[in-house]
Design a protein around this ligand. Structure first.
Ligand code: B12
Length: 562
């Protein structure tokens, strides 16, 4: 009998696959990000270590954190193909367990499955993460993997490994039902076993970061971010969201003592990393969050933390205050739409006065406020899209993310769009299933390019040219650091260069001021960059006016079509 003892867990790249890049790709459509280590891999490894009763050996590789070479250099995603090829070729394993977080990762799945079948023809391939959770059947049939894990993966992965080895563990099977997977039966038909039971988070050991090259990532990125989750699940029914497919609808929390121990352990091991809470709705239970934060504060850990995805319904001055005292410096809230009709339609039902109040409190406590917005819902009018941008303008958060709506199968929004014949039915594959390349919904009022442009313009205006941080010397200092960091990912972003040049000018740093203005001027000679950025030179903002004055003073000509 074959043995499947040696397991390699591999996090696939979440940048665009080189074969998916099209000639139309520009700043608005390429993926730009600074990866952080994979919590999925650390969590899965920890669970296997704790509950395995068979002699498995584990290895994990998060390719995303390998792309940093030095803190000063741009992220080298072009290395990924070579890294993957060498890694698969040079490592022995019996089971390859792939983590594919996003749907557009599908081409990377193809690449790795082919490499694995070539170099390790006997090895089994399992896949889990957001992509197989949303498209289990497609992933099984077209990517050619052996087994799929749907949603929460810890116990299901161990069940599948035990199945491969004909290993029976009655205690484990009783405690954790074997659910949430898809595989093919002997007739080659796809069988999906849904999940009715979620993990009790008390049973989750602390993430096993020792399996990943976290120190190398800290050193090479100059960043010390580590993700942490306190809870899973969301009870709301926002019609565009697919998170319930992975985590279910009831909110489960880790015990407060476990959270505190996990944070203390990470702090000691990695010398005070930046803790990033990635929960979908951490403050849902006021009782839990106040207890947790009070305990955390009493430990005096002087944390540096960020927290994303808060729903304003569960934020008030008391909770915000505790978060601040616990060390949270960056807050993400999801408002999504500035149109009251859309709020109702998408079943988000956020109260705008409550949003105003929460943002005001956060700003008064010097927090960095980040707001997520969505534009282009089915049947959304241009006026409603503009209300969203208008509301963002009114709130003046320190950063905003404008995403075009992408209808995920399994959501009410997808069903609604389908039954109203509003789906574009793309035939160019799932690698384009990406918010940045949206061409998925039909509308009489807008097309995807127009929407993309509106979102991008709002981004340029609110995140760069009229960012509230520019108003004070202290704010400029903090935003300069963020902008310089962003330049590592986007070295050709002309507006970013102009902003960095301008802030340096205000600081009387003439060397960096000229360096960045010159870089902007030089980049305008590149036609695609010129096409993306030239229109912003006609906008009336201090930063732009100063750059235009600089060009005139130096007799530099940039041809403007207006
Ligand atoms: C942190 C985060 C990021 C980080 C990623 C950092 C990292 N190293 O992981 C960053 C900031 C880069 C990011 C970016 C984006 N993100 Co994001 N992100 C998250 C977030 C908040 C937490 C992820 C996480 O760590 N969860 C905890 C871990 C434990 O869960 P997990 O990764 O899902 O793993 C579990 C299961 O999926 C499964 N599993 C996973 N892998 C494997 C492998 C095997 C073998 C098995 C068996 C099981 C398994 O088991 C794990 C344990 O239960 C989630 C929301 C959420 N709550 O999950 C959104 C989320 C994943 N992001 C989302 C989106 C849309 C994006 C963006 C596309 C947004 C955008 N338009 O820019 C970008 C894309 C990235 C890019 N190329 O630019 C969506 C994904 C939808 C989808 N399925 O495609 C999510 C679900 C948010 C949402 N509700 O819409 N994101």
């Amino acid at each position: 009998m074959d043995n499947y003892k040696s397991i390699l867990l591999l996090k696939l790249p979440y940048c665009t696959h080189p074969d998916s890049l099209s000639r139309d790709d520009d700043f608005r459509t390429i993926s730009t990000f600074r990866p952080i280590p994979s919590l999925a891999l650390a969590t899965l490894c920890a669970f296997l270590d704790k509950y395995k009763t068979y002699d498995y050996s584990l290895k994990a590789f998060d390719i995303n954190i390998e792309a940093y070479t030095t803190p000063e250099a741009p992220i080298e995603t072009s290395l990924y193909m070579k890294l993957l090829t060498n890694y698969i070729k040079n490592n022995e394993y019996d089971v390859l367990a792939l983590s594919a977080m996003f749907v557009f990762t599908t081409k990377w799945v193809d690449t790795v499955v082919k490499l694995s079948r070539k170099h390790h023809p006997k090895a089994k391939i399992i896949i889990g993460g957001g992509y197989p959770t949303l498209f289990p059947e497609r992933c099984l049939k077209e990517n050619g993997v052996d087994d799929i894990v749907i949603g929460e993966g810890e116990s299901t992965l161990l069940h599948i490994l035990n199945k491969y080895n004909n290993h029976k563990d009655a205690g484990f099977e009783k405690r954790f039902p074997f659910q949430g997977y898809a595989s093919k039966n002997t007739k080659d038909e796809v069988v999906i076993v849904p999940r009715t039971h979620s993990l009790d988070l008390e049973n989750l050991p602390h993430p096993a970061w020792n399996y990943l090259n976290v120190e190398k990532y800290f050193k090479n990125s100059g960043d010390k971010k580590l993700p942490i989750e306190a809870s899973r699940g969301c009870p709301y029914s926002c019609n565009y969201c697919c998170t319930y497919l992975a985590w279910g609808k009831s909110v489960r929390y880790k015990p407060v003592e476990n959270m505190i121990k996990e944070i203390e352990e990470q702090g000691e091991r990695y010398n005070k990393p930046i803790i990033c809470f990635v929960d979908d709705n951490m403050s849902f239970s006021k009782k839990w969050i106040t207890h947790f934060l009070t305990q955390l504060i009493s430990k005096n850990l002087s944390l540096d933390a960020s927290a994303s995805n808060f729903c304003v319904k569960h934020l008030d001055e008391e909770v915000i205050d505790l978060l601040v005292r616990a060390g949270v410096k960056v807050f993400g809230i999801a408002v999504e739409s500035g149109s009251p009709q859309m709020q109702k339609h998408i079943r988000k039902n956020v109260n705008f006065d409550k949003v105003r109040e929460v943002v005001k409190i956060m700003k008064s406590k010097n927090l960095h406020v980040h707001i997520c917005w969505m534009i282009g819902f089915p049947n959304e009018t241009l006026q409603q899209v503009n209300s969203t941008i208008g509301f963002a303008r009114e709130l003046r958060a320190h950063s905003n993310q404008f995403m075009t709506v992408l209808p995920y199968p399994g959501t009410k929004l997808f069903e609604e769009a389908k039954s109203n014949d509003l789906l574009m039915s793309p035939d160019d594959g799932l690698d384009k299933y990406d918010n940045r390349k949206c061409d998925y919904l039909k509308s009489d009022e807008w097309n995807s390019n127009q929407l993309q442009e509106m979102g991008y313009d709002a981004n340029i205006e609110l995140n760069f040219l009229n960012n509230p941080c520019l108003d004070t010397a202290e704010g400029r200092e903090s935003i300069l650091k963020r902008f310089e960091d962003l330049l590592l990912t986007l070295p050709e972003h002309i507006i970013l260069h102009i902003c960095v040049g301008y802030i340096n000018k205000l600081k009387n740093n003439s060397v960096d001021y000229e360096k960045h203005y010159k870089a902007a001027e030089r980049l305008f000679k590149n036609q695609p960059l010129y096409n993306t950025f030239i229109k912003y030179l006609s906008w009336d903002f201090n930063i732009i006016n100063d750059f235009v004055k600089y060009l005139k003073a130096n007799n530099k000509e940039i041809e403007c079509p207006f």
